[in-house]
Design a protein. Sequence first.
Length: 334
Amino acid sequence: MIDRLESAWRAAAHALELVAEGVVAVDPWWFAAGLLLHLLHQVVRTRGWFNVIRAACPEAHELRARDVTLAYLAGAGLNGVVPARGGDLAKLYLIRRRAPRLRWSTLMATFVPETLFESAVGVGLIVWALSQGFLPLPAPGGLPWLDVSLVLSHPLLSAAVAAAAGAGLVPIVRALRRRARPLLASLRQGIAILDRPRDFLRRVVSWQALGRAVRLGSLACFLAAFALPVTLATVVLVMAAQSGTRIIPIAPASAGLRIAMLGYGFVEVTGEAVDIARITAFSFGVGAALYLTALGISVAILGREFGTASPRRMVERLRERLGEALARESPAEG
């Protein structure tokens, strides 16, 4: 956690240094508008997740849309500092505190329909970036391979391997099927809205599409704040660099490659040279501001939930409560 906070602080300090040196001028009003629209985008998007959860458990009338929004914001901030996306567990814990009848497995399954549209948009951004030559491709032959020619070419050996595997797996499969039925039923409940495509489009995709439109406006405001070209192509380019490329391992996840992608992309889509210092300040400044804002909101929500102002104590109490909640629930209940 400390390392990630220090990284965010260094990014913010670097961006501020460029501003202080007069290399880049930032319009505070456009920047503030970008932050507000980014938060609005998150609020709008979570309405789709709320509808997914209500479709999974219609009797959970005690769960409100604002409960899901607060849980999402709290977890989103934690995901930046807690490894293995621990913030997602925080989201589920906070929602289940408001609606105890919801099963853990059902809640986890709701992430599937909630992320379908976002994943599709991410894939679309990747295809666009690849078609424009903005993303690097892996070198041929870069993936490891396993030589199994001996087993496949020797009929007696392959038959023995198949028989041994079958004999060993049959009892395991039978035991898993007996135990998996309740779990599978609970997981299927979490994706119940996918059985009603019209409701999924109207109550989930529509909200998330609106959220994406709001996010486009947010990125446009950030570009205007740093006096960078504001066009549909440049906004989509930034969106691809910030989020869409994260779903594949060859994406420019590092700051340096992302800046290179933006530097090359801006010239290609606008036909004009763009100051690399301005792009650097934009990338570091916006990234650090969003990160620190999300973390601050998360700390505020969790601080109120657990009655402490210490971030370390919040994480400790969250782990304790999660452990207790999971221990109280039997495997049959999900």
